[in-house]
Every structure is written in C-alpha cells, then in structure tokens.
Design a protein around this ligand. Structure first.
Ligand code: KG4
Ligand code: ZN
Length: 321
C-alpha cells in the first residue's frame, strides 16, 4: 500500500492506494474558503495551513482505510510543480513519515499525478492516448505512450484554462474558485449570447489571455442591473469559448499524432460543458479531477522509489524541468 501526500496548492490531501490502483482512502482538506476573501491563493497562508493540516489529514486517511503506518510500503509525495512553500510542507512531512519507518519515498510530478488519476479503481483507459491536462496551473496536451511516460505536444502560452475560469468568475462577481460556479451558472445561460474570441495559434498551443480581456470589456459595457440580468449569458458564452478552444485543440492533437483515443484530466475536466463537447473522450473520475492525493499515490507506482535514507536531501521544484 502506498500513502500519497499532496500539498502543491491549496488542497491538503492524503490517500492510501494499493499496488493495483485500488483507492482505500482519499482525504482532501480544501483551503478554498481561507483564500476566497483574497480572490486567489495566498502562498504564505497556504503553507501555514498545510502545516496545520498535513498530520491530521494523513492520520484521517489511515483511519479511513483501517490501516496504520505499519501497513504502508512506500510514501509518495508531490515534488512539484506548485507553490514552493506549500510543496515543502508535504515533502518534509513525507520525509519524516518515511524516515520514521525506514520506508522508501517516491517523489511524484504533479502533472504525472493528474494523468495517473486515469489508472485508479475501474481504470477507464490504457495508453496510448492523447491527454488534455487542464487545471488551475496548467493546460497541456500530452501524448501518453505508457503509464509512466508522456510527451508534451502543446501548452498554454499565458493563462491556464482553470485560471481563465477563475479570472472570469472574479470579473462576474462569482468568487473563488470560479470554475464550478461558472459551470453552474452557465447551465441557465445562452452560450451564443456573446461572441467571445477563441485564439487561433499555429501548432498545438493555447492562449486564454485575450478571452479574459474580452470578458472584462463586455462586463464594463453593462450597467449594474443589466449585468445582473446577463450574468448567466456571459458565463455560458465565456465557458463556451474556453470549451471550444480546448476541444478544437484536442481534435488537432488526435489528428497530428494519429492517436484516436483522448482522455481529459485536471480540475477543468470536471466541467460539464467540456464533457458534453467531447462525448467520445474519457474523463478522469469526478472525485479525482481536482487536486487529490490518490492520483499522486497512483503515479508513484510508475516511478523509481528512493530507498531509505537517500531522500533526506530531496528538494521541491516550482515548475516542471
Ligand atoms: O487540478 P486542480 O485542482 O488544481 C491545479 O492543479 O491547478 O484545478 C483547479 C482548477 C481551478 O482553476 C478551478 O476553477 C477549475 O479547476 N475547476 C473547474 C471546475 N471545477 C474546478 N473549471 C471548470 N468547470 C468546473 N466544473
Ligand atoms: Zn492539479
């Protein structure tokens, strides 16, 4: 059994996953409320909260699995990319836990973790496939050739898709984090009411910054009462533009690589518009779309573990090398 720990952003999470990918427990403590008043994640506050939560969350995961540290064979932890101070809390906790029982430690890349959310429980897809990874921090297309290996096909040149959702939500006065609230409000709106731009780029890259600016101007043009009346239409049209950009690129990637199967992972994979727009794609299970530790433990199965005590000087990284 692998104990996974994830603290790269504003979720403190721990999970127990077996070697065959069965999730025995997955505990997620979201800090979203703590950061909501600032309209986004405040790194210092996130680190401090991770420090308070990481021990209790790991204990809760063990209790939920009816297990103790004695039943654990390896500790997996997110090494990066993410907020350095937040990552350090998880990595320090993982080192301490592993060291106390002379267990191996498995450093996991957060993006590989998102992809490995596809290999949990009733595994929905096996490589090779094209993977759209759309989260608050990243938007990438990858060709996944094996469970532990993938190759970058395209990435966002500015904002991530989740970030575009969050910034849009803020402009619409919907609070943080915004993806789920735009998704909800969009169901009551007309996606064709406003024509928001979809960036046309060569290759397989994305760009969302122009879209955000277009929403800003659309909002500015409306009177307070008008804005209230049109908020759902704005949300639906804005979401439609993001979803169109993502699904077009997915089709381009499938064509270019000749890979006919597509999977979608990351927080934005929870979006109902995106799920509708890509009816043939395989989506990560809803419970494992946004940040969690089960996906980290899952990815650890395909990474070489560091034996005790070789990991004591392990460092974190802010962005993928
Ligand atoms: O994967 P994740 O939890 O964290 C990162 O690794 O960044 O993704 C969080 C992102 C946020 O930007 C959030 O607004 C977005 O996923 N998100 C959604 C939905 N649920 C979460 N975006 C669109 N529709 C949703 N239903
Ligand atoms: Zn993530």
């Amino acid at each position: 059994m692998i104990l996974g720990i994830e603290t790269s952003c504003d979720e403190t999470a721990a999970a127990l996953v077996t070697d065959s990918g069965e999730v025995r427990a997955s505990v997620i403590a979201s800090q979203a409320e703590l950061h909501a008043r600032y309209g986004g994640v405040v790194p210092e506050i996130a680190s401090r909260r991770h420090l308070e939560l990481v021990g209790p969350v790991a204990r809760e995961a063990l209790a939920a699995a009816g297990a103790s540290l004695e039943d654990v064979d390896a500790i997996a932890v997110t090494q990066g990319p993410g907020l350095v101070g937040a990552l350090l809390v998880g990595v320090s906790a993982a080192k301490a836990l592993a060291w106390s029982r002379k267990l191996p430690l498995v450093p996991v890349d957060h993006l590989d973790g998102h992809i490995a959310s596809l290999y949990l429980d009733a595994t929905p897809i096996e490589p090779p496939f094209v993977c759209l990874l759309a989260s608050g921090g990243h938007t990438q297309l990858r060709a996944v050739r094996g469970r532990g290996s993938s190759e970058l096909l395209g990435t966002t040149l500015d904002d991530a898709a989740g970030e575009a959702f969050d910034k849009g939500a803020r402009l619409l006065g919907l609070g943080y984090p915004g993806g789920a609230s735009i998704d909800r409000l969009a169901q009551e709106g007309d996606p064709t009411a406003f024509a928001f731009p979809v960036a046309k780029l060569a290759g397989l890259d994305f760009s969302f910054s122009g879209l955000k600016t277009a929403l800003l101007y659309a909002v500015k043009r409306l009177e307070e009462a008008e804005l209230d009346a049109r908020r759902a239409d704005l949300a639906a049209s804005y979401q439609h533009a993001i979803v169109t950009a993502l699904s077009r690129r997915v089709a381009d990637a499938a064509r270019k690589t000749g890979l006919d199967r597509v999977a979608v992972v990351g927080g934005v994979a929870a979006n109902s518009g995106l799920r509708e727009s890509l009816p043939d794609a395989v989506f990560a299970p809803l419970a494992y779309c946004t940040d969690n530790a089960a996906m980290i433990a899952s990815a650890a199965r395909f990474v070489e573990p560091l034996p005790y005590p070789r990991y004591l000087d392990l460092d974190v990284y802010a962005s993928r090398r």
